[in-house]
Design a protein around this ligand. Structure first.
Ligand code: GDP
Ligand code: ZN
Length: 297
């Protein structure tokens, strides 16, 4: 191979970076200028590395990142599987919208995955969940209902990984580890057994690693990113709601926040039932939160 090659970090342990190039993995250390720029390589980084033998090498440069998550530390993510349980804990559309805004703002494609479908007890609640599934599908999102218990939905979820780098995200206890284990039995992730009567699970931390799966790469450590809106401006918030984004240009005022402004295309669409009112309510809730945060800083 060439002395200088571009590869991708798939694992990082104790100062060593495992860089994949074609079908080989090189154990590398950092060297070179990027360290002066205070850049610490993370899993997912595309890097330039040098090697004079078939097993080891040195990372000389880190390519610019498309995006970057903190928990787990991973870069250049294409897709996030947002894992939400139907029950235990009960589904919250407000929390899902919060995750969606966050993920969209990072330029990551979301996929919504409902888990624990087998635990739904009443027909009414089943209907409620189905209505949400239909609503999010109508917004253009991919939605996949699953059960790690009955393995329902496992065949539906597999094709989404092809050609992409994916992470799993969601609250603790929703079934991320169980889902990963159902898809990749060799992983044997420790699952969180319900630790209290509120149905919240415990936290377990591991080193992140990108594993090949169904023609793509999956981060083996589920993420739970911090979900405040510090970096989002009030005028930008609606761009993270696809059904609003497509209408913003029809609002009378530039920089319309779709709250108190007249001749607002978003408000009109809500009134006409084209945008679900629960989405608009969450939008207003988040908008207020951003305003409150700005006041505090
Ligand atoms: P994580 O914290 O998101 O990784 O959640 P876990 O995968 O650890 O799951 C939390 C709890 O929910 C565990 O007791 C699992 O056995 C249980 N669980 C997860 N998925 C399912 C499911 O689809 N059906 C049922 N019945 N239980 C599940
Ligand atoms: Zn507007």
């Amino acid at each position: 191979m060439d002395n200088k090659t571009e590869g991708r970090i798939i694992k990082s342990v104790a100062g060593f970076y495992y860089v994949q190039y074609n079908d080989k993995v090189f154990q590398c250390r950092g060297r070179g200028n990027f360290r002066k720029k205070k850049i610490t390589p993370v899993v997912g980084d595309w890097v330039v590395f040098e090697s004079s033998n078939p097993t080891d090498g040195y990372i000389m440069d880190v390519k610019e990142r498309k995006n970057e998550l903190n928990r787990p530390p991973i870069s250049n993510v294409d897709q996030a599987i947002l894992v939400f349980s139907a029950v235990r804990p009960e589904f919250s559309s407000s929390l899902l919208d919060r995750f969606l805004v966050h993920i969209e703002d990072n330029g990551i494609q979301p996929v919504i995955c409902f888990t624990k479908m087998d635990l739904i007890e009443s027909a009414e609640y089943q209907k409620e969940i189905e209505n949400y599934i239909a609503a999010y599908k109508k917004l253009g999102y991919e939605v996949i209902p699953t059960s790690a218990m009955s393995l329902a939905g496992m065949e539906d979820i597999k094709p989404i990984f092809k050609g992409k780098t994916s992470v799993f995200a969601g609250q603790s206890g929703v079934g991320k580890s169980s889902l990963l284990n159902a898809l990749m039995p060799e992983l044997m992730l420790e699952t969180n057994d319900i630790s209290d009567h509120l149905g919240r699970g415990k936290h377990t931390t591991r080193h992140v690693e990108l594993l090949p799966f169904e023609g793509g790469l999956i981060a083996d450590t589920p993420g739970f990113s911090s979900l405040d809106f510090v970096e989002i401006e009030t005028e930008e918030l609606s761009y993270n709601f696809p059904e609003m984004k497509q209408r913003v240009s029809q609002c009378k005022f530039r920089g319309c926040t779709h709250s108190s402004e007249p001749k607002c295309a978003v408000k009109k669409a809500v009134e006409e039932g084209e945008i679900p009112s629960f989405r608009y309510d969450h939008y207003l809730e988040f908008l207020q939160e951003i305003k409150d945060q700005k006041r505090r800083y």
